[in-house]
Design a binder for this molecule. Structure first.
Ligand SMILES: Cc1ncc(COP(=O)(O)O)c(C=O)c1O
Length: 482
């Protein structure tokens, strides 16, 4: 059975269930498996043609043996998780007409229409499965740039073992994203709109880290998180890379490229891990908007924190891509946890880390990076819509812009661009990009339209008093539901 250790090297190995239910490792680090299971080409050949759910079963079985749950239990959980997806393929691929050998992988057919559904559909159900088995309850807390919150809330809604708090920077997410959280009537879902967040969601992450560090509070409420700090998100997200690869490759072994709009680097950490497992990916494109922390890491070898800039792709307006630290563990084969720990501390103190040449060479191999300006993003949405009547959301557009800018390096291989959200979540931006006042049909979604007329339920709070206010509200709620 694979055990889990911290990328900071400060805890004894734990089992899978503990890693999932803890969220963060005890030393404040992120859980990683002690060894990375390998997939051979002959294995991949056998998997070609599997449905998404059947493939997920095979991939997850590499991490979750029968001591964790039986094969039948895993199958049931996967079936429950992906039943609400509206496309029978779960994550279909669209072949672009205006570009050669380029595919858009649509990760937005889940109930809250972003790629967060793909990871959280399984993870929240898995957490609930463990809790039911242990007859325990958890308090989940997540911070969101607009998509993790709705997906977490959707899957946790009505599950009596999961009291769920979703924090978002008020005014920095779209109305559609906000309403996906605030219109849920369930008593166990508590959206909190936080004003006064100059650094957006990163400000909320810091408050959550403080709550985690508050031992007695954490213990009393059994605090955990399903943000991409949780190992389960990364594990689950490896599946869509493998699925996409098997859909587009002619022969297993052929190398392809994949472009990923990136913020906290959870999605691409999973992509990097899938390649470590044996997936033949030539290059990943790290696609940033003007908040280009990852672009600096991958093109200059420098991890720096710059002031946040609000962009039309708000879900990737992130200053600190914390999953990069987890990826660094994989990239260096787990050999430099002391260095990683020292760099995390240096970054917390100074806001800047410059990596040595060896480390840079090992993590940047097979990654290209670029960033898309707001104008480039909006123009691309219009261009693709005019050329092939296909509507991209602003994040998916960032992936295509970044790949376009790297066309020479990517030439000669198939390319998959990840579409991480449905355009209906970003209606104002779509209208601006197209220069219209009425949204075209492809920019609408029945769930977003339905939420426009529902009652909203939300806590509001200023960031200055968030920590104390949350402790008070969460404890009061805990006492009521004891
Ligand atoms: C629509 C969308 N695209 C891309 C991302 C970036 O994913 P990650 O934070 O895993 O890099 C997010 C995450 O918040 C998102 O909501």
């Amino acid at each position: 059975m694979i055990k889990y250790i911290s990328n900071r090297g400060g805890v004894e190995p734990v089992d899978f269930e503990t890693a999932i239910l803890d969220g963060f490792a005890g030393d404040g680090g992120l859980y990683v498996p002690e060894r990375v299971p390998q997939i051979s080409h002959s294995q991949l050949k056998k998997w070609k043609g599997l449905s998404y759910v059947d493939l997920a079963f095979e991939v997850l079985s590499l991490y979750m043996d029968k001591s964790i749950m039986s094969a039948q239990e895993l199958r049931n959980l996967l079936q429950i998780a992906y039943a609400p997806f509206t496309d029978e393929q779960v994550i279909p691929l669209y072949k672009m007409q205006s570009r050669k050998d380029t595919y858009i992988m649509e990760l937005f057919h889940g109930p809250t229409i972003s790629f967060k559904d793909v990871g959280l559909a399984f993870l929240v159900n898995l957490v609930n499965f463990f809790l039911e088995r242990k007859k325990q309850k958890l308090t989940l807390i997540v911070a969101t740039t607009g998509d993790t919150g709705p997906a977490t809330a959707y899957y946790a809604a009505g599950k009596s073992n999961l009291d769920t708090w979703v924090l978002y920077p008020k005014g920095m997410i779209t109305d559609a994203q906000e309403r996906q959280m605030t219109t849920l009537p369930h008593a166990n879902i508590h959206p909190v709109g936080v004003s006064g967040c100059p650094d957006g969601c990163d400000d909320l992450d810091l408050v959550i880290a403080k709550l985690y560090a508050n031992e007695s509070f954490k213990e009393k409420l059994q605090l955990s998180s399903v943000n991409s700090i949780n190992w389960g998100r990364i594990m689950m997200q490896t599946v869509h890379y493998i699925y996409g690869y098997l859909q587009v490759c002619d022969e297993v072994g052929e190398e392809i490229n994949i472009s990923v709009p990136s913020g906290a680097f959870g999605n691409l950490c999973a992509g990097g891990l899938a390649r470590k497992m044996g997936l033949p990916i030539a290059n990943y494109v790290v696609a940033n908007n003007t908040n280009a922390c990852l672009n600096r890491i991958f093109s200059e070898g420098i991890f720096t924190k710059e002031p946040i800039i609000e962009t039309p792709s708000n879900a990737i307006d992130i200053l600190i891509p914390y999953n990069f630290w987890r990826f660094l563990h994989f990239a260096t084969d787990g050999k430099i946890s002391k260095k990683i720990n020292a760099w995390i501390e240096e970054f917390q103190q100074t806001g800047i880390v410059k990596f040595d040449a060896d480390t840079y060479a090992s993590y940047s191999k097979g990654f290209l990076s670029n960033s898309a300006s707001d104008d480039e993003t909006l123009s691309l949405i219009k261009q693709i819509y005019e050329e092939e009547a296909y509507l991209l959301d602003p994040h998916s557009a960032v992936a295509v812009v970044a790949a376009d800018k790297l066309a020479t390096e990517l030439e000669g291989k198939k390319l998959i661009c990840l579409a991480t959200a449905h355009p209906a979540k970003f209606q104002d931006t779509i209208c601006t990009a197209l220069g219209v006042t009425t949204l075209p049909a492809g920019g609408k979604h029945f769930s977003v339209e339905a939420a426009k007329t529902k009652c909203e339920k939300v806590y509001l709070c200023h960031h200055d008093s968030l920590e104390e206010a949350l402790i008070e509200a969460m404890e009061a709620n805990f006492e009521v539901n004891k």
